[in-house]
Design a protein. Structure first.
Length: 95
């Protein structure tokens, strides 16, 4: 298992990241990463509005699985189920 003991202090000024980190530790239990069925987005509270979870299906298919309401306001549409790469300028992508 990795040593993550210093992460909370490092994230103290990044409240949304800290909320995600604390929830992640609960969801994963003794595992390195949590299973999808263990993830409970409602535990993130108000921080969820500024977060997105992207599921990697293939190098060219990165699908928004969970999208906070701020993303919809910024992009002017619902992003859940959409491919992130459809919103990324090809010349700016990193291989």
């Amino acid at each position: 298992m990795y040593d993550i003991s210093g992460c909370e202090a490092a994230l103290s000024d990044a409240h949304n990241c800290l909320a995600l980190f604390k929830a992640w530790k609960i969801w994963r239990g003794a595992e390195t990463i949590p299973s999808a069925r263990m993830v409970r987005p409602e535990m993130l509270g108000r921080s969820l509005a500024g977060m997105a979870v992207i599921e990697c299906h293939a190098p060219d298919k990165l699908v928004y699985r969970l999208v906070g309401e701020l993303y919809g306001e910024i992009f002017g549409r619902e992003l859940k189920g959409q491919n992130l790469l459809d919103f990324t300028v090809e010349a700016e992508r990193v291989e």
